[in-house]
Design a protein around this ligand. Structure first.
Ligand code: F6P
Length: 360
């Protein structure tokens, strides 16, 4: 394979704090290695229409390390293999057009910064002959093969600070405060922010909950004088025998949207305990704003490692955090899999040991 001289970089799926830090690292490391970089706008859309791309030089990425969002834009419903369209099937396969544009633009390789969805698409394009390196991104921390993803630390930090604030008002009013956090089908954000914020109850997708048990645990707190409780609920949490609460079902080109479990939990706990309950949904506040120092460092390491792989001609891999190293992991190994919280995870066991209720 001839040396890589020109690469494209794109951000796909939902945004996560640290995307710009990766773009910056890719552009600067590539430039210093004599590789030109083209930024592709709005995920793979930038490869459907070449006018939606621009050359990125170190000057273009100066000052973006600390910025949230992504200077390239993104979308989580732009899968070229199933592009939403006004057709009887509701979708069209534009993947050949993407491959064609990739070659017409004179690109030698692609860096795809995305979550499980975008990395699965990247893998499909790798199988279609595009040399690809993936960079894992998600606030949910649910990508297999990497111990962590940038964005997660920022989301947890924000949620923990929100829980701190809710503590004071919960205590003043002797209420139950229910905080709904993101995370999709994994409870990483709920568990980590709940422990960091000192939550009394954490409900997460991996452990089906029984609100009678939660109510009993809240009553127990009353018995030693704690008249308020903080309940962290992951958006993907489900009751015993029940399923996730959906805001919107899946449709062609769009995945299902979770959300709404917090308000139900608050209403039911109010009934079961006789105490006032309120619900706060943190939603996209967890994804907005700049990355923490940890996420800036991880994102920069990922960007640098991605360019290193390109220089070595190693493709079809995702850079992954495997402390103390950043290592390549085959994209094929992560496709279609979700990293949920293991039930023997030490933090889960410790949370139980210090008295956190999981409603089971
Ligand atoms: O995957 C990141 C995430 O923020 C999830 O936690 C959440 O379920 C989803 O994306 C929300 O997606 P959207 O931005 O489309 O509402």
């Amino acid at each position: 394979m001839p040396p890589v001289k020109k690469i494209g970089v794109l951000t796909g799926g939902g945004d996560a704090p640290g995307l710009n830090a990766v773009i910056r690292a890719v552009v600067k490391a590539a430039h210093n290695a004599g590789i030109d970089v083209v930024g592709l706008e709005d995920s793979f859309d930038g490869l459907l229409d070449p006018s939606r791309s621009r050359v990125l030089t170190p000057r273009d990425v100066t000052g973006i390390l600390r910025l949230g969002g992504t200077i390239l834009g993104t979308t989580n419903h732009g899968n070229p293999f199933e592009y939403p369209a006004d057709t009887p099937e509701g979708k069209v396969d534009y993947s050949d057009k993407v491959v064609d544009t990739f070659h017409k633009m004179g690109l030698d390789a692609l860096v795809v910064i995305g979550g499980d969805g975008s990395l699965s698409i990247a893998h499909q394009f790798y199988l279609k002959g595009i040399p690809i390196v993936g960079v894992p991104k998600t606030i949910d921390n649910d990508i297999v093969g990497t111990t962590s993803c940038f964005g997660f630390d920022t989301a947890v930090d924000f949620a923990a600070l929100a829980i701190d604030r809710l503590h004071t008002t919960a205590e003043a009013h002797k209420r139950i405060m229910v905080v709904e956090v993101m995370g999709r089908y994994a409870g990483w954000i709920a568990l980590h922010s709940g422990v960091a914020g000192g939550a009394d109850v954490i409900l997460m997708p991996e452990i089906a909950y029984d609100l009678e048990k939660v109510a009993a645990d809240i009553r127990k707190r009353e018995s030693f004088g704690a008249k308020f409780s903080i309940v962290v609920v992951a958006e993907g949490a489900k009751p015993v025998g029940g399923s996730h609460t959906l805001r919107e079902p899946a449709r062609a080109g769009y995945v299902e949207r979770l959300g709404g479990v917090g308000i139900t939990v608050a209403a039911q706990l109010e009934e079961l305990t006789g105490k006032e309950a309120r619900c706060v949904v943190l939603g996209h506040l967890q994804r907005g704003g700049g990355p923490t120092a940890f996420d800036r460092v991880l994102a920069t390491r990922f960007g640098g490692a991605a360019v290193e792989l390109l220089r070595r001609g190693v493709f079809g891999k995702m850079v992954a955090n495997n402390p103390p190293d950043i290592v390549p992991v085959p994209l094929a190994d992560i496709v279609g899999r979700t990293k949920t919280v293991p039930l023997d995870y030490d933090l889960l066991r410790t949370a139980r040991a210090v008295g956190v209720s999981f409603g089971d």
